[in-house]
Design a protein around this ligand. Sequence first.
Ligand code: COA
Ligand code: MG
Length: 297
Amino acid sequence: MILRSWLFVPGDSERKLAKGRENAADALILDLEDSVAKERQQFARETVRGFLQAQPDRARQRLWVRINPLDTEFALPDLAAVMAGAPDGIVLPKVYSAAEVTMLDHCLSALEAREGLARGSTKILSVATETAASLLTFHTYLNGVTDRLVAMTWGGEDLAAALGASDNRNPATGEYDDPYLVAKSLCLATARAIGAQPVGVVHVDFRDLAGLEADCHRDRRAGFVGKIAIHPDQSAVINRAFTPSDEEIAHARRVVEVFEKNPGLGTVGLEGRMLDMPHLKQARNLLALAEQVGAKG
Ligand code: COA
Ligand code: MG
């Protein structure tokens, strides 16, 4: 199932959790990491567990949890607390390589057994670019990583801190500087190489919905299938941008049709443009995407 919008909700805010549940986001990420003050960690764990237990129906909106990084003392207590609520997945921040994903896989297997959950039912989204090392270890995901890893995203803020940057954007254009575009591209390529969903990075200026929309279209052109949100107003914009439009679907149908009417031809013309196999593949991908996201109505 393709998840288009993933809305972060601070795990210690009952008000925001309730608000998130009414929101159009395809998934909520109940956060136990950076949006929670360390004094509130235990309260946030219990609040998130209670929220998950009270929300067993996840058909319209999946409920994921972001835990603390595995190299901190918080991660295992986070997991031990929330698994009783059977989260749909765990968001793993600040990874160095696929090794942490493998470690999380093992922890989840043990906790699923404890909770009587099917082994492998808890999925993983890795935030794949928040450490300096992470930019050099993407190949480790290709060596047979767990099937739980269904989505990958990247981050520019923690990476900037890790790289010693004073800023991560070009002040003249507002566009990300080179290291962050490398992070984005490596995340996209790796996710596609292992059959995971590439998820676009958060648009931090949450009042700028036009900028968010442009950012979503840029991500979608590149191959991302969804985006992280931090504010409820962002979800509908993201859903719309990552849902194929009627015109796109109609065009894709015409592309498939023209190839079907000309069996044995590798190249055809349509509306004055040359089409070959990559165009047919793109058209089929778009129709498959439309079917998957259209199914939710
Ligand atoms: N999830 C659910 N509800 C949210 C929300 C979120 N992420 N962000 C805001 N809301 C709610 C607010 O509580 C408010 O509801 P209310 O009027 O009933 O109290 C409403 O939406 C409007 O919020 P607004 O006033 O526009 O924003 P804010 O100034 O209260 O909050 C942020 C701004 C950035 C603090 C907030 O959006 C937020 O907490 N975002 C998530 C941060 C996070 O998880 N970061 C970690 C990942 S990078
Ligand atoms: Mg962070």
